[in-house]
Design a protein around this ligand. Structure first.
Ligand SMILES: NC(=O)c1ccc[n+]([C@@H]2O[C@H](COP(=O)([O-])OP(=O)(O)OC[C@H]3O[C@@H](n4cnc5c(N)ncnc54)[C@H](O)[C@@H]3O)[C@@H](O)[C@H]2O)c1
Length: 454
């Protein structure tokens, strides 16, 4: 098929590459000339594992332009993947979607024949049918259903695994104006996906609400695990890894996103959850669960920062390993590691930081006495209290030899370090473990053994 994708960002660029990889002719459109040039030169406009190779290998089917009208005229289906930033009340702004709709409409006015428009940006329930559809009809002078189709089709992807997630989705969600539009989009996904996803077709508002509900449910699960971690910390012998590990074996619950650790961050989870609350409040429905999830999440940064401060010697250095909001991405939006560093810097603490990918993005966010380390070992070698804030694979390979000599405290928020060797070398704290938990008992035995040997 001939496809155009408006917005070549974290979502649009991988989508363009994946569809070109599956044999479609794809034109990307962006207002940012740097993104367009990157695609034209066979480079990835954003950082995402596997994207650079996929863009390079599919150059003959993948092009880009700043001219939206020509892209729409040359294609049969147009995806809108532009930002929908959060407004102060927590709802999503449609301003970029509407400016894309102006251009699409102008092209449709000139176009002979039917065209499908697909909105993939995250929007408030009611927006596709209530805002985008009339805007497209007004700018094109044509009728939805008869002259063009309109679908709402959000993507369920996580940064760092976008390409894998696009090729192997659990579900394809389609809100459709009419059966012809839904069938065309369903066929496109059936040909592009390597898994056999559930395809759910429905009206716009149900699809919009499903998209928000998926993320709100996952954030509830994360906050639940973090609540459990705090309960474990107060309960002699309790260990959140043991409890959550067993809890996840129940298929009604499942293991994913059930790890007592830091809070959730990134460009989707926090704001989708807040938007769900805003939606519920606007309709007079109680948003108690979504609000509690958000409140629980906001507690994580001050909680861990205070834990660090309680262990930090006078004039000591607090090291933070991990500034991206999750591993395998350079995105720092709502990152817990950055927020902890900011909290400590605001208290006048000397901070050392390191991240394998996000140093450049984090640098402008960190003002004060901060050492931007060139490696995890350099960061650890300066730190009196070292905190693992993002579970990068690189950190799993760290050994205690990199720690600063003397008494060091390591706070392993994600349980990624080889615990036993760190327990022998430092005060090792894994979030979510109560006094006298298995790990702590092992640590005491090891210390007793070491004392005996001495
Ligand atoms: N990033 C994610 O993990 C993710 C996941 C699911 C949904 N989403 C949603 O997808 C949408 C896009 O998110 P993103 O992360 O890709 O954003 P992004 O900021 O990474 O990229 C958006 C791109 O759109 C371009 N753009 C803005 N206005 C434009 C216009 N009028 N015409 C052409 N290009 C324009 C920008 O220059 C930018 O390159 C948002 O609604 C977001 O909530 C994102």
């Amino acid at each position: 098929m001939k496809l155009s994708i408006i917005g070549l960002g974290k979502l649009g660029a991988p989508m363009a590459a994946v569809l070109a990889h599956k044999g479609h002719q794809v034109v990307g459109v962006d207002v940012n000339p740097a993104a367009v040039t990157a695609i034209q030169q066979g480079r990835a406009p954003v950082s995402e594992p596997g994207l650079a190779e996929m863009v390079r290998d599919n150059r003959e089917r993948l092009s880009a332009t700043t001219d939206c009208e020509s892209a729409v005229l040359a294609t049969d289906v147009t995806f809108i993947m532009v930002p929908t930033p959060s407004d102060p009340d927590g709802t999503f702004s449609m301003r970029y979607v509407l400016s894309a709709a102006e251009w699409i409409g102008a092209a449709l006015r000139k176009k002979q024949g039917w065209h499908l428009v697909v909105l993939s940006s995250t929007v408030m329930p009611g927006s596709t049918g209530g805002i985008l559809l009339p805007a497209l009809e007004a700018s094109s002078g044509k009728g939805c259903g008869a002259d063009f189709g309109l679908c709402y089709n959000p993507e369920f992807i996580a940064l760092g695994t976008v390409i894998r997630d696009m090729l192997n989705p659990d579900m394809i969600l389609i809100g459709e104006s009419d059966a012809r539009s839904g069938e065309l989009l369903e066929g496109l996904y059936r040909s592009a996906c390597e898994s056999r996803p559930e395809i759910r077709r429905m009206n716009y508002v149900n699809a919009e609400l499903t998209k928000l509900s998926v993320n709100t449910f996952v954030t509830t699960k994360i906050s639940y695990a973090n609540m459990l971690a705090q309960v474990c910390e107060a309960l002699p012998g309790a260990d959140v890894d043991v409890v959550a590990g067993a809890l996840g074996c129940d298929t009604r619950i499942g293991k994913k996103y059930l790890k007592g650790a830091l809070g959730y961050g990134g460009p989707c989870f926090p704001r989708d959850n807040v938007a769900f609350s805003a939606l519920a409040r606007a309709g007079g429905a109680p948003a108690l669960l979504a609000e509690a999830t958000d409140a629980m999440n906001r507690r994580q940064v001050p909680r861990v920062a205070e834990m660090i401060l309680s262990h930090l010697p006078k004039n000591g250095v607090a090291g933070i390993l991990g500034l991206s909001y999750k591993s395998d991405t350079d995105v720092i939006e709502e990152s817990q590691g950055v927020a902890i560093a900011q909290h400590l810097l605001s208290r006048g603490v000397q901070v050392a930081v390191y991240d394998p990918a996000a140093m450049e993005n984090a640098r402008p966010q960190l003002t004060g006495p901060v050492l931007l380390a060139g490696s995890a070992a350099e960061c650890a070698g300066q730190s009196d209290v070292l905190t693992i804030a993002t579970p990068w694979m690189e950190f799993r390979r760290l050994r205690p030899e990199i720690l600063k000599p003397g008494r060091v405290v390591v706070i392993d928020c994600w349980g990624v370090l080889p615990a036993e060797s760190f327990q022998r070398a430092c005060v090792y704290i894994r979030l979510g473990r109560g006094p006298g938990s298995g790990a702590e008992m092992r640590q005491q035995m090891a210390s007793a053994e070491a004392a005996g040997e001495a």
